[in-house]
Design a protein around this ligand. Structure first.
Ligand code: F0G
Length: 435
């Protein structure tokens, strides 16, 4: 089975500039186009649209792999390896990422008058965020290229993921963080998994800029999402989601936007499925930013996506506290191609949406809750209609940022109080009488 499907696709890959279209075989340490220094993306020149029986065969193979115990079949990334760069199995670094659940949002559907609203929770990945899918592919590439040290700048999740995968592969990792703006949980992960963590007196954008200078002079493999292999892994979000929806594309998929790698990857995955003939229409992919960190929203509003408008970023959703996103060109292309919207939401709207998700038993970090907050705006504006199907992409696990919740005024938290039954019952009676 494997041999037949693998001859259908996979194969040779090249890197192509997203701006000037120049093609190149290999990349410099910064993954920049050798002509215009813009971002590169992976392309597979030998792919051609599949015949209907071939798409059926692929879908069957992907389903059958769910019953296998081979690591490359269990992984929700490598299960779709026909659509990924060919990597020899001994180089694959996997923590069995992907395989994240799709859940209905019943209460929110009712409140918003939507017939079909679901979330896909990428926070259920091994290190608790969507970064793991991309990390598996990019770190495998680092191994292929013989690197022993990997590095990233991060608002926390990329570093947690990189640290875990590097440790698993027996490699060293270096992290640059904006001092004071990474949650305790994410920092703890990077430390636990053995990364060297440098806390810098700057923001995420400053860390990334500085890291570019470092990798020019210090041999370490760059694992931020400017690395096109990260996005190859992250595009499997589209494959797994569609597989879980029996290949019926939803009308809308809504994703948070920070450095804009994830929205770009999701779009790339969907477009590849369409162009190969595996799905027959694209969902509209909408991107939501925090109002205090909204460079893409401003760029779309003020110049239609022609030129990035960087901002001084500030938001309690620290994961997306980014003012100068690297992948903005790719994200603009996804918005244009899929017809998606780009919106921003206030801190209050994020907080409310997060607690509404929580009230349905679905925890996530604040950056993820922007999707529900954004959906409410898109329903109000008529962009999302009652009979249309919607999937929100939740990107990070709630436990990544427990302090955010604790700072919230949760009235169910009572005490400290005396440890006796009468005091407890009095407190409960008071609470229930008040509600
Ligand atoms: N949600 C979470 C939980 C994130 O950690 C990030 C990005 C995003 C959304 C935005 O994704 O950057 O691809 O647009 N976190 C990065 C990090 C920047 O360093 O962990 P994006």
């Amino acid at each position: 089975m494997r041999a037949t499907t693998e001859t259908l696709l996979g194969g040779r890959h090249i890197l192509r500039c997203v701006h000037c279209g120049t093609e190149q075989r290999a990349a410099d340490p910064l993954f920049q186009c050798e002509q215009c220094q813009e971002l590169l993306e992976a392309r597979y020149p030998e792919w051609i649209p599949l015949k209907p029986q071939e798409t059926q065969q692929l879908k069957r193979t992907w389903r059958e792999r769910r019953m296998s115990n081979a690591p490359e079949d269990v992984s929700g990334v490598w299960r779709y390896r026909e659509l990924l760069p060919a990597i020899a199995p001994q180089h694959i670094v996997t923590l069995k990422e992907g395989n994240t659940p799709v859940w209905p949002l019943r209460q929110a559907s009712r409140r918003l008058g939507l017939e079909n609203l679901r979330v896909k929770h990428q926070g259920m990945n091994p290190s608790g965020s969507f970064k793991d899918t991309g990390m598996s592919v990019a770190l495998s590439m680092a191994r292929v290229e013989g690197f022993e040290v990997v590095c990233c700048a991060s608002t926390g999740n990329t570093s947690a993921s990189m640290a875990a995968y590097a440790a698993h592969a027996g490699m060293k990792s270096i992290v640059l963080l904006p001092a004071g703006y990474v949650t305790a949980g994410k920092l703890a992960q990077a430390l636990e998994f053995g990364s060297t963590v440098l806390q810098l007196r700057t923001d995420f954008d400053g860390c990334l800029r500085l890291l570019y200078d470092v990798v020019r002079r210090f041999r370490a493999y760059l694992l931020n999402s400017v690395n096109p292999w990260r996005l190859e892994g992250q595009k499997t979000l589209a494959f797994e989601l569609l597989d879980q929806l029996d290949w019926q594309a939803p009308d809308h998929v809504i994703v948070p936007g920070g450095n804009l790698g994830n929205s770009s990857a999701l779009g790339k995955g969907m477009i590849e499925l369409l162009e190969l003939g595996i799905i027959d229409r694209l969902p509209k992919i909408s991107i939501i930013q925090a109002a205090g960190a909204n460079p893409l929203v401003r760029t779309m509003r003020e110049n239609g996506g022609r030129e990035l408008i960087p901002v001084e970023a500030e938001t309690r959703a620290t994961a997306i506290r980014i003012g100068n996103p690297a992948s903005w060109r790719k994200a603009v292309a996804v918005l244009r191609r899929t017809g998606g919207a780009c919106e921003d939401v206030t801190e209050d709207e994020i907080r409310l949406a997060k607690s509404e998700l929580g009230a349905e038993g679905i925890g996530c970090e604040p950056a993820s809750a922007t999707t529900l907050a954004g959906l409410k705006k898109l329903v109000r504006s008529g962009f999302v209609k009652a009979d249309e199907s919607v999937v929100l992409i939740l990107t990070g696990n709630m436990l990544k940022d427990a302090d955010y919740m604790r700072q919230d005024d949760k009235q169910q938290l009572i005490g400290p109080m005396e440890a006796d039954a009468a005091t407890v019952i009095r407190a409960l009676e008071k609470l229930y009488a008040a509600n």
